[in-house]
Design a protein around this ligand. Structure first.
Ligand SMILES: Cc1cc2nc3c(=O)[nH]c(=O)nc-3n(C[C@H](O)[C@H](O)[C@H](O)COP(=O)(O)OP(=O)(O)OC[C@H]3O[C@@H](n4cnc5c(N)ncnc54)[C@H](O)[C@@H]3O)c2cc1C
Length: 285
């Protein structure tokens, strides 16, 4: 597949938003809708964990903001900023020029409603991909809820074949499980919340790998993520660059409210770890 060229239209857009086409829509499990995106503007796209979706309006022509002064979006007169939401890049296939985004159909919300009604030929804006990857370790502790399943799938595909550790995935029931390819040294625990399983309790109850260099990755509803961050940071003594804990959603708040009020529960650790990483990269170049 050819690389991006200077006259690609996305370069002029706010946050380099690419306008992609819906190629296929697949209901993977009763509550998970997979939307496969492609089209000309996918050329040269980065492979990283998170994407920003820019949703077209339900009626009328979509607005794709351009780059304005001072990094602000430039919008046509009378038009307001479109709705944006954060999702995971579940799979990128550069040769075929397509990527998958898996949406939990949680029953309300702009993004899940868009995905529910998406049809081949529909357009959507995609910013990124961006965001930190898991760091190398002797033992991985990975835990997440249904919304984290796409990201966990991507992580498991990227781990070395001899990776060791535990993965906890909390889905509502057994029908929401997916077939995952997982290194043989990683133990997978499916939890069913409708049967009373609890992510936080299960992670805390698992034996801790004493004496190993651990990396922990958590993504779920805000309350669980806060508690799991405290567990590894304060009860198990992991350093700030030895874990990543991000709230993917918060009960009772839309994503923009959660972002504005609580910044997805990213702690100071998160920013310190990123600063350390940038400093390290600077010193070694
Ligand atoms: C880095 C990152 C990656 C993410 N990746 C994915 C992904 O790959 N797939 C995915 O499905 N989600 C993912 N999420 C979570 C997703 O962004 C949120 O669930 C988001 O709120 C959905 O937007 P919406 O427009 O559907 O609902 P919103 O308008 O944001 O929220 C409307 C209402 O629905 C509630 N709500 C939101 N999500 C859920 C849920 N899952 N279950 C029950 N109630 C909910 C809110 O509390 C609110 O009351 C990710 C989040 C982050 C930060």
């Amino acid at each position: 597949m050819s690389q991006a060229s200077n006259d690609d239209p996305w370069r002029a857009r706010y946050r380099n938003i690419r306008v992609l086409d819906v190629l296929r829509v697949t209901r993977v499990t009763p509550m998970m809708q997979r939307v496969t995106l492609g089209g000309d503007e996918i050329r040269g796209i980065n492979d990283a964990p998170n994407i920003k979706l820019v949703l077209p309006p339900r009626e009328g022509a979509p607005v794709w903001p351009l780059k304005g002064d001072n990094g602000k979006p430039l919008l046509p007169p009378g038009r307001s900023m479109p709705i944006t939401r954060t999702y995971s890049l579940r799979r990128l296939d550069r040769d075929r020029g397509e990527l998958d985004v898996d949406f939990v159909m949680h029953g309300e919300g702009a993004a899940s409603t868009w995905a529910e009604h998406a049809r081949p030929g529909d357009k959507i804006g995609v910013g990124g991909p961006m965001g930190p990857e898991v760091r190398p370790a002797d033992w991985y502790l990975i835990a997440g809820d249904h919304t984290a399943l796409p990201a966990i799938t991507r992580i498991l595909c990227q781990l070395a074949p001899d990776a060791r550790g535990s993965v906890f995935i909390a889905v509502p029931n057994a029908a929401e499980r997916q077939q995952l390819s997982i290194p043989p040294g990683m133990k997978l625990h499916w939890l069913h919340t409708e049967e009373g399983d609890d992510l936080e309790r299960s992670v805390r109850a698992a034996p801790w790998p004493e004496g190993k260099k651990v990396y922990a990755w958590f993504a779920a509803e805000s309350t669980a993520v806060r508690s799991l961050r405290n567990y590894v940071r304060h009860e198990r003594g992991l350093g700030r660059s030895e874990f990543l804990a991000i709230g993917y959603w918060r009960r009772g708040m839309s994503e923009p409210e959660y972002h504005e009020k609580l910044d997805h529960d990213r702690g100071e650790d998160f920013y310190e770890a990123i600063r350390d990483e940038l400093q390290h990269a600077h010193e070694h170049h």
